[in-house]
Design a protein around this ligand. Structure first.
Ligand SMILES: Cc1cc2nc3c(=O)[nH]c(=O)nc-3n(C[C@H](O)[C@H](O)[C@H](O)COP(=O)(O)OP(=O)(O)OC[C@H]3O[C@@H](n4cnc5c(N)ncnc54)[C@H](O)[C@@H]3O)c2cc1C
Length: 391
């Protein structure tokens, strides 16, 4: 059986446990003792709180019913919505952008405005250009100062994308198309200068054989949809288990899986450069109400304002889900990810990422505070560092 452990499971842990819960200790290969070296050697990570260079916080734009992708007439403008992608904005961007592009091109307009220059705005703008449109991006902020720039940087297409109760057959169909189209488009960024996108191995780490009785939603609130296993598990190679003695992280149990990682600094620059090379224009602009869109010369407007749509369009269905990253300087030898005790580590080339993922997807739910929490950052780094202190 193929098993997929995506970043969603990776960064919250519980999903990984659910996957591992189907296993027992016999599945984990044990290494030879004595003089024989373990078969899996991970380059030591020099993690320490004194190495923290930056703490970033942002709010995921979560909607219980999933992203808003409909078309609305606002005054004299046709507004094509493309926002509300929770923890999956980068992962679904190309597929979601394709839907917005089809809706925008259906208006017959050649000059199209895109409001927003995050994951959704940039990719939609590029797809519109490829469809023959002349595009101007209007945005308050540009990368690296948009919320998208503070994401973990993994392909996690069902991370906080909707509640399970809203994952209808129709939603799943659209989601699968978005996830697959995005995954395929990301392949075209592999191997480029600056390594905007790459595959890395990641390891879920457990002190004991995982307990199959643990639940991913222990507090009785409505569960978030988990779609990867059901709909796209063929996209990744099967996971590999390592028992105590077969690896360099002490007397623990590891499960290795493959992650598609976005080095967001290089990736966003690549997208911006492509957009400009195609003749795209960018104007810094802030809108405070939909009526202000009337000042644009374009009649068709794509709304890719992410969490900003809550204020701009008064969409109270957007719930902020706070997430914080602690960053340390890159280590060239460290090219693997880790998940241990509900903390994720991602080996980004533009700065190593440490993140407390919490017990479940409700971690950070309805929390719009964007002030850095130093104690949480140190907890994230110390948890991962403990794997190497004890190894
Ligand atoms: C901690 C964390 C980790 C994450 N990790 C991942 C991950 O690994 N993989 C993944 O796929 N997703 C991840 N996400 C989710 C992802 O970051 C979001 O889904 C994504 O950033 C949403 O992109 P966006 O383009 O819709 O919004 P934004 O990035 O917020 O961009 C919105 C744009 O609109 C502009 N704007 C907003 N309001 C206005 C206005 N009124 N007037 C003018 N301009 C305006 C902004 O300036 C900006 O340019 C993570 C999120 C968090 C918080």
């Amino acid at each position: 059986m193929r098993r997929l452990v995506g970043r969603r499971q990776f960064l919250k842990g519980a999903g990984a446990v659910a996957v591992l819960g189907a296993l027992d200790g016999c599945r984990f290969a044990r290494g030879a003792s004595g003089a024989n070296a373990p078969r899996l050697q991970l380059s030591p990570l020099h993690a320490g709180v004194d190495r923290i260079t930056r703490i970033t916080v942002c709010t995921r734009p979560f909607r219980a019913q999933g992203p808003r992708l409909d078309v609305e007439i606002v005054g004299t403008k046709t507004v094509v919505h493309n926002y509300g992608h929770g923890g999956s904005g980068w992962s679904l961007s190309w597929g979601s952008g394709a839907i917005a592009t089809a809706n925008a091109m259906a208006t017959g307009e050649h000059d199209i405005a895109v409001i927003g220059c995050g994951a959704l705005g940039l990719t939609t703008a590029l797809l519109l250009q490829r469809a023959g449109a002349s595009v101007t991006i209007y945005a308050k902020d540009l990368p690296p100062n948009v919320r998208s720039s503070f994401a973990t940087g993994l392909y996690t297409p069902s991370s906080r994308i909707c509640l399970e109760e809203h994952a209808t057959a129709s939603f799943k169909h659209t989601w699968e198309q978005m996830a697959r189209q995005s995954f395929q488009t990301y392949q075209s960024f592999l191997g480029l200068p600056g390594t905007p996108v790459e595959f890395v191995d990641s390891y879920s780490v457990f002190d004991d054989v995982p307990d199959r009785r643990r639940s991913s939603q222990p507090d009785g609130r409505p569960p978030f949809a988990e779609l990867d296993q059901e709909l796209i598990r063929d996209l990744f190679p099967r996971a590999v288990d390592f028992g105590p003695g077969s690896h360099s992280l002490g007397n623990r149990y590891l499960q290795r899986y493959s992650s598609l990682m976005f080095n967001l600094t290089a990736y966003a620059r690549t997208l911006l450069a492509d957009f400009r090379a195609n003749g795209g224009k960018i104007e810094i602009a802030e809108f405070h109400a939909p009526a202000e869109l009337s000042r644009l010369k374009e009649k068709t407007v794509v709304n890719a304002t992410g969490y900003g749509a809550r204020a701009l369009f008064g969409d109270q269905s957007i719930i902020p889900v706070r997430g914080q990253l602690a960053r340390t300087s890159p280590e060239t030898d460290v090219n693997y990810g880790l998940f241990y005790k509900n903390v994720g580590f991602v080996p980004r080339r533009d700065g190593l990422v440490f993140q407390v993922a919490g017990e479940n997807e409700y971690y950070g739910y309805n929390d719009e505070t964007e002030a850095p929490d130093r104690a949480e950052a140190e907890r994230a780094v110390n948890t991962i560092a403990s794997l190497f202190a004890a190894a």
